[in-house]
Design a protein around this ligand. Sequence first.
Ligand SMILES: [Zn+2]
Length: 113
Amino acid sequence: MTELPPCPKCKSTYTYEMDELLNCPECGHDWKFEENNAGDENALVVTDAYGNILNNGDAVMVIKNLPLRGSSQSIKVGTKVKNIRLVNSDHNIDCKIDGLGAISLKSEFVKKV
Ligand SMILES: [Zn+2]
């Protein structure tokens, strides 16, 4: 299941792919789909719990209480996390949370903010 990015001009989500271009039926804009070829890690597509594509440097919000392994603390619902880094692993988001330090999260438990 691949999701095409929305139109950069009008934000329409009805974009479609034609030849090597993406087309927007609403405003007629067409553009080249930017594939990030700078290494495997950057080619990684990570989406949040709602299917929004996440990028390095994005801010996300935790949508579920997440117990921390080896600790009595947990990451609470609504915790905002800035400047995430995507990694190619089971826990595909690396980040730092105030008071907790470096944490790895699963993208399915966050939402882009
Ligand atoms: Zn458009």
